[in-house]
Write a protein of this length. Sequence first.
Length: 355
Amino acid sequence: MMKEERLNYKVFWDWFLTMEKDFYGIVERGEQEAIEKDFFDIISPRLKELNDGFYFLTGMSDESIAELIITVDGEVKNVVFAEELIAVAPKLSHWKFTALKPEMDIQNVYVSMGDYKFTRDNIFFYSNELEDYPDEVDLVFVYSGDIENKEAITTGICIFLDNYLGELNFATQIDTFRVTEINQAEKELVPIEKLKDFLQWREREFIEKYKSTKHVDIEEEFSIIRAHLENERPLIACMNLPLLKYDRKASYPWISVLKVQYNGEDNDGLPDKEDFERLSNIEDRAIEELKKYGYLYLGRESADNIKESYFVGKDFRQIAKVFNTIQNTNPEYKISFRIFKDKYWQYFKYYNNVN
């Protein structure tokens, strides 16, 4: 975040200090209706001014300390902003400020959703080894109770894991997973309390495997690709095809997509000359800035009033900050971005068949 945004953090905490005694009393009394009305409803608009992806939890950390947890609901693109907000929080003897939901002792994790209960006694897991994707952490979670409402079961298990592993670990350590019932399990069941050790072992193994990969030594060679969407509008892409054939993709596991909407209705969904130049300038600045941090530029697509620019990196924090600044400094366009883990760049598999 740049200086102006850090100032916003300070403004928030300066405001919080004017209210913290009242807030502390409300949390200490523990009356849920009062917490919702006199704390959450007041703090929520202030946090949304900083980042629309901020959420929060509160409670007494012990008999004399209230805790405020800033969570991002597992959205990795907002992690760095929650961390930065908490990094400049005031030091108060009776408050504890935490970025992201912390991991919990499994004995204290209990989730109740309607008729369903989720505990260490009724959740198990096993791992799938994927021949084509050996670095992928692909898990199956097994619920030993009734699984008729699979959507509810999946939600409950996700909430359980979010608390057990901690928000950051749950969002970053598991690549893919599914939920099944016990009579459909295909492997020996592992108690859920062993999941942390398993994920830490896989992460150490992954880091060891790719720690010597310092940078990609592939020349930039961009190719123009033309196609048509289902609505018959043209799509024009410019992609670095040699980079897409890189044999150590997993060393750059974070995919980032910068999406800019423009008005191309008079040009069959493609940008006109003015927009093309302005969008190119925005992208060029992003490429230049992100190169400093080791991110790789893969290419771009333009079609149907949308331009997407693609990057890969070893981490997700710095690119989120760069994209956020682009979003805030170009109000003439509707800009959004996604950041997600994809160790084998499967998001771009269409281009693997392009010569």
